[in-house]
Design a protein around this ligand. Structure first.
Ligand code: GLU
Length: 461
């Protein structure tokens, strides 16, 4: 059975690159009818935090990427890592190393001075350690005995065949003195135990893969397929970072992006299905394959994300759009429950912003009586328009309250006063909304409700 995993280290928030890796792994598992595991690689005890774990889980939940197994925490599996290390030691494939940090620094320094590439020189390999007394009171690390000769090769599902000579690799530490595994060791045991069939991850891990394959072989474990996804660059071609704007997935939530827009955007970031640009998760699951992951780095384009967000705002069901606006309005101190139906407001304003935040900003006058700016009042509410406005106000007191009635009423009132429609509609907007930029004014009035509208027109006398 196909089984993939997303294995973040909880040393920060879920960033755009991580989210894309998660999405690709998730989509592949779903496409294949397989399973998706969430594994938290928390062995870096200094940098791992609960806050980061929470941020990762929140980010995954916000995106709607569900997992079938986990979250599995590596720190809960120390006994298993020790068991495998002991087995490797017993079979002569791993050994304790007592070299101190100072000693290793000196070793590397000497290698550099001799023009060599710094690498562990095997000084505690069993054959070299024979007769040596381990220093008193030093807990050893455990090193893997990497094969001395030959090549490690794999057919990367994104990058093609990659071959690395074992002479390039040294004996890596697999267990630290405190029994905590290093990254490469925890990964291979987990991938093995969890039955992972495809490892899909960022290509910053390509250098680790030959070491991981050697470890898996030593453990007599199956070697999964590897798909290393090229990194994401900013619009300027530099590696994506905070400089390019938000990189935390949850920041996009805060900034007013819909999760489906971000997912659609991430799907197209380094993967393609013909020329298709707008497609939902369900469609992606149908289409996703590893063969169409691009071999070159993707560039993050905020304008394209904005465009996609607008596409999804257009089709978001009004009740959901309303509920997404609600906390944003409340954050601005507005009492949503005391105002008009937020779903109707959302429906009316959905095309008036790139983000939910912009739409929420455009919705303030529905929930708070605006103070029309003096210059707009002076410009629009004048001797020419006032009689028509007063007549309209009076007519609105008894009119059927819906856009279909209010629209013609505004038009007829204007005509009766010898005015063009905008000569009445504009001052009406200024008085009721405090701005000249609103959706169709009849629809705005209908949603606002008679009471609020008449209250805002009261000053006309
Ligand atoms: N924990 C690693 C990271 O956050 C990922 C390991 C993997 O996917 O093999 O980069």
């Amino acid at each position: 059975m196909t089984k993939t995993r997303f294995a973040p280290s909880p040393t920060g928030y879920l960033h755009i690159g991580g989210a894309r890796t998660a999405l690709f792994s998730w989509a592949y598992a779903r496409q294949q009818g397989g399973q998706f595991v969430l594994r938290i690689e928390d062995t870096d005890r200094e940098r791992s935090t609960q806050a980061s774990v929470d941020a990762i889980l929140d980010g995954m939940n916000w995106l709607g990427l569900d997992w079938d197994e986990g979250p599995v925490f590596q720190m809960d599996r120390l006994a298993r890592y020790k068991e495998v290390a002991d087995d490797l030691i017993a079979r002569g494939l791993a050994y304790p190393c007592y070299a101190s940090k100072d000693e290793l620094d000196a070793m590397r320094e000497a290698q550099r001075a001799a023009g060599q590439k710094p690498r562990y020189d095997g000084r505690w390999r069993p054959e070299n350690a024979a007769g040596k007394t381990p220093p008193a009171g030093v807990e050893p690390v455990i090193r893997f005995r990497n094969p001395d000769h030959g090549d490690v090769s794999w057919n990367d599902l994104v990058k093609g065949v990659i071959t690395v000579s074992n002479e390039e690799l040294d004996d890596l530490v697999i267990l630290r003195a405190d029994g905590v595994p290093t990254y490469n060791f925890g990964v291979v045991i987990d991938d093995w135990d969890m039955g992972i069939t495809q490892v899909i991850r960022g290509d910053d891990h390509v250098n680790n893969t030959p070491r991981q394959i050697n470890l898996l072989r030593a453990m007599n474990a199956p070697v999964p397929d590897y798909a290393h996804v090229p990194m994401i660059l900013g619009h300027d071609g530099e590696r994506l970072s905070k400089r390019h704007g938000a990189v935390s997935v949850l920041q996009y939530d805060e900034d007013g992006y819909l999760p489906e827009a971000l997912l659609n955007y991430l799907a197209r970031l380094g993967w393609s299905h013909g020329d298709d640009e707008v497609f939902d998760l369900k469609q992606m699951v149908e289409w996703f394959d590893l063969g169409h992951i691009s071999r070159s780095p993707a560039r993050f384009d905020p304008e394209k994300l904005n465009w996609l967000n607008q596409q999804y705002l257009k089709i978001c069901p009004a009740p959901r759009l309303g509920e997404l606006l609600r906390p944003r309005l409340e954050k601005a101190g507005l009492n949503v429950d005391a105002g008009p139906d937020v779903a109707q407001v959302a429906d009316l304003l959905r095309e008036r912003g790139v983000t939910l935040n912009e739409i929420a900003d455009a919705a303030h006058y529905f929930y708070a009586t605006p103070t029309p700016p003096a210059d707009l009042l002076a410009q629009h509410v004048n001797d020419e328009s006032r009689p028509a406005l007063v007549a309209l106000k009076n007519a609105l007191q008894t009119a059927d309250w819906n856009a279909e009635t209010i629209g013609p009423l505004i038009k007829d009132t204007a005509t009766a006063h010898g005015l063009k429609m905008p000569k009445v509609a504009m001052p009406l907007r200024v008085l009721v909304c405090g701005t000249t930029s609103t959706p169709s004014i009849d629809a705005v009035l209908a949603v606002l409700g008679r009471e609020r509208v008449l209250e805002r027109l009261a000053a006309l006398g």
